[in-house]
Design a protein around this ligand. Structure first.
Ligand code: M6R
Length: 606
């Protein structure tokens, strides 16, 4: 969602701000802007649409100034327009904000009654006028900010500059992340460390309620009670190159191709070379856990659905999987001694955070599977098992999903062993099957041209159906989500057994039906469904293995043989062709693959 950059330097900062914003583009946005102090006066440049529009504007009307803030906005309150783009400002204060100020209407009414003139429809502008009001009462910028923060309800990360104060930059966070970067006499703020990657690798993460005062070469952090506190400085290993596209046309394609490596890395962090578990210590014993509750959103939720099959089959552990935005309000009773598992790439998804806070209040232990170890979800969890996917920039999640599956399968195996439901031999065989996945995926990736050819047909479809059974059913949902997100083709995933209960009515010669059907215990059942589709003129696109292809019993419109594997790892193996199909279909349609319309990478508001 919205991205924030702030820089206090001894050189002009406008171009640096735009460069930082480019690294946040992946979060999704529809307008952008920067503000600096020019001769002590707040001066802004803002533009609707792509960041390039802002860069062009700055080319025509350059912005000097050595302190500044920048923002990419994903519209919540008020349509995407130049007036609604950040920074928002008065004559004394300019503010950039990520999050939502829930009491903005009441504050706005109060401030308008005091003759503050609003220029936008946003909730953010109230912050600028509120701080201005306190400045007008004679407070210092620091005191005005601290006082204003106490009146804000909702979630925010903010960056603020003050007219007449070229050596001051203030940031604050509550509910939305904000990183602080240390340079050589320069100080930085960023929504995440990626934004600051080329400027510094010395990063602190603000805690909930912190606000920070940056002056040249110095950072003073205050907690929610305005007490000065220390926050640890981390050395990140992010570099500009790591977040480039390399030889690939899109981040999504690069990230699809990174999967063999990152699955291997993730597995190696959890399992020894001789297939012995090396999981981090967990604050509970799988043997006595009465129920596991998995909460997540989007693709991470589908990873959680796959995990339900694994935990139930391998560990006989009852599992509830819930979409975090539903779970947080469902008032679900949770068992004593239960564990809630949050799955998230970003670790900042607002609904998932709220779900774990509900579970905590119900006395659950919180286990997090996240890709960003410093994230809010990681910090709120009792234990974290990280995915080692590296930065995922494409809005459509790919490598985060398969590394989540890798971690979740290892956890299910550990639970199975601890609960006495899985013997050591079968556990080692499963881990060996995971170990073979990277090589098998490399073979699939070598065949990407076949999927690219098929994608030209799929690009003509208006609707697509995805069918699968068992642990591959969540992948049918994920395949449909991927296609919707980046190609804008309507798609739905169904358990193949549900076909006759409704969706079969949709089948005609224009409806591609993507079937994920390895030759496993449920294959014959899915093969019958394939015949039902073919009999009605539907175009079946079949992903199976050689045996499945031979035994399907009818001629699909198109099919591809994937490597045969232990059925337990099929959700990992079949994920990649499904991702490639969405990618190449979107490419054929000419959509913006890495930044699809309306989408944000990390959904930090409700
Ligand atoms: O960062 P998270 O994993 O918590 O994000 C969850 C979803 O927002 C995310 O998976 C979303 O569905 C992706 N766009 C899917 O490609």
């Amino acid at each position: 969602m919205c991205g924030i950059v702030g820089i206090l330097a001894e050189r002009p900062v406008a171009d640096l701000l735009v460069d930082g914003l480019r690294r946040l583009e992946y979060r999704g946005y529809d307008s952008a802007g920067v503000a600096t102090l020019v001769d002590g006066v707040i001066t802004t440049r803002r533009a609707v649409g792509k960041l390039q529009n802002l860069a062009d504007r700055l080319q025509q009307e350059p912005l000097p100034g050595t302190v500044g803030i920048g923002h990419t906005r994903w519209a919540t309150h008020g349509r995407p327009s130049e007036d609604n783009a950040h920074p928002h400002f008065s004559d004394r204060v300019a503010v950039v904000h990520n999050g939502i100020i829930e009491n903005h209407r009441a504050l706005r009414a109060e401030l308008e009654a005091k003759q503050h003139r609003f220029k936008s429809e946003t909730d953010t502008e109230t912050i600028a006028h509120l701080i201005t009001d306190y400045l007008q009462q004679g407070m210092t910028p620091q005191a005005a900010t601290a006082t204003a923060l106490k009146r804000l309800e909702g979630a925010f990360a903010i960056g603020i500059i003050f007219a007449g104060h070229p050596n001051l930059l203030i940031g604050a966070r509550r509910g939305s992340p904000l990183a602080l970067g240390y340079g050589d006499q320069e100080m930085y703020l960023g929504s995440d460390a990626l934004a600051l990657a080329p400027l510094t690798n010395c990063i602190s993460y603000l805690e909930e309620g912190d606000w920070i005062e940056l002056t040249p070469g110095k950072a003073v952090v205050h907690d929610a009670n305005d007490q000065v506190v220390e926050r640890k400085i981390h050395q990140t290993n992010l570099s500009g190159a790591m977040i480039g596209k390399g030889q690939y046309r899109h981040f999504m394609l690069k990230e699809i191709f990174e999967q063999p490596a990152v699955i291997g890395d993730t597995l190696a962090s959890l399992v020894t070379a001789d297939n012995k578990m090396a999981l981090p210590d967990l604050p509970f014993d799988w043997a006595t856990v009465p129920r596991l509750t998995i909460v997540a959103c989007g693709t991470a939720y589908y990873a959680g659905m796959v995990a339900k099959y694994w935990f139930e089959q391998l560990a006989h552990l009852p599992v509830e999987v819930d979409i975090a935005s539903e779970f947080r309000y469902r008032e679900a009773p949770l068992p004593q001694g239960g564990v809630t598992l949050a799955v998230s790439q970003s670790g900042e998804t607002a609904d998932t955070l709220a779900a774990i806070s509900y579970a905590k209040k119900q006395g659950q232990k919180i286990l997090a599977v996240v890709n960003v170890p410093q994230s809010s979800i990681a910090r709120q969890a009792d234990a974290v098992v990280p995915t080692l996917a590296g930065p995922e920039i494409g809005v459509a999640s790919t490598k985060a999903y398969t590394t989540q599956l890798t971690v979740l399968l290892c956890l299910a195996v550990a639970a199975g062993v601890a609960r006495g439901k899985l013997d050591a031999k079968r556990a080692a065989a499963i881990l060996q099957a995971v170990r073979e996945v990277p090589a098998q995926l490399n073979a699939v990736l070598r065949d990407e041209h076949k999927i690219q050819e098929l994608a030209h047909h799929l690009a003509e479809a208006r609707d697509v159906l995805y069918l699968a059974r068992g642990a591959l059913y969540p992948l049918a949902l994920e395949g449909a989500l991927k296609l919707k997100e980046i190609s804008y083709i309507h798609a739905e995933g169904y358990p193949a057994g549900e076909l006759k209960h409704g969706p079969i009515a949709l089948i005609d010669e224009f409806m591609p039906v993507v079937v994920l059907a390895p030759h496993d215990a449920l294959f014959e059942k899915t093969a019958s469904n394939v015949q039902e589709v073919v009999a009605r003129g539907g175009k079946v696109v079949l992903f199976s293995d050689a045996e499945g292809q031979a035994k399907i019993g009818t001629k699909p419109f198109w099919s591809m043989a994937l490597p045969a594997s232990d059925p337990v790892v099929a959700p990992l193996l079949y994920a990649v062709p499904v991702q490639l199909l969405a990618y190449y279909t979107a490419l054929a349609k000419g959509t913006d693959v890495d930044q699809p319309r309306n989408l944000a990478k990390s959904v930090t508001v409700e």
